[in-house]
Design a protein around this ligand. Structure first.
Ligand code: S3P
Length: 168
């Protein structure tokens, strides 16, 4: 299928870039987090608190399988930062289209997500959050690289430059 799937850590800019890219290419834009929130009728924080992270991961996998089954085309997807961590999801990501990893270094993530309250995995003191970002990024970066067709190091690029690069 011919869609584009943006993957990367929380704060990598998947949603911002995805929306602009969709506009430029005249594609539809879909965000897996937004789809899950709208289907479940509750926030990501509430899903994690009430049912736990594993349940959220299962919702992600089910949604992905459904998108592939429905042959969804011409879409720019922004997927949750943890979605590619489940290796079973790689099959579906590849089926949907081209997978692009928006890579950012740890300091960029910390700056962008300072004070965020919407992400259950980033709750805690500044030190706890920084340590968690560090260890999660270390674990996830090789997984993102493994599933990606294209890798873009985006720290020093503007949104327009990133969009242009992807279109090229
Ligand atoms: C998560 C990333 C979030 C959201 C959830 C868990 C993660 O999405 O799916 O809070 O495990 O990295 P974004 O990457 O869009 O912030």
């Amino acid at each position: 299928m011919n869609s584009i799937i943006l993957i990367g850590f929380m704060g990598a800019g998947k949603t911002t870039i995805g929306k602009k890219l969709a506009k430029e290419l005249d594609y539809k834009f879909l965000d897996t987090d937004e789809m899950i929130v709208s289907r479940e009728g509750m926030s990501i924080n509430d899903i994690f608190d009430r049912y736990g992270e594993e349940h959220f991961r299962t919702l992600e996998t089910e949604l992905l399988a459904e998108l592939v089954e429905n042959n969804v085309e011409n879409v720019i997807f922004s997927v949750g930062g943890g979605l590619p961590v489940r290796k079973d999801n790689h099959f579906y990501l590849k089926k949907l289209g081209k997978v692009i990893y928006l890579s950012v270094v740890e300091s960029t993530i910390r700056e962008r997500l300072a004070g965020d309250t919407q992400r259950p995995l980033l709750r805690g003191s500044e030190k706890e959050v920084a340590d968690r970002i560090n260890s999660m990024l270390e674990k996830r970066d090789p997984i993102y690289r493994e599933v990606a067709d294209i890798i873009l190091q985006t720290d020093n690029m503007s949104v327009s430059e990133i969009v242009e690069e992807i279109i090229k």
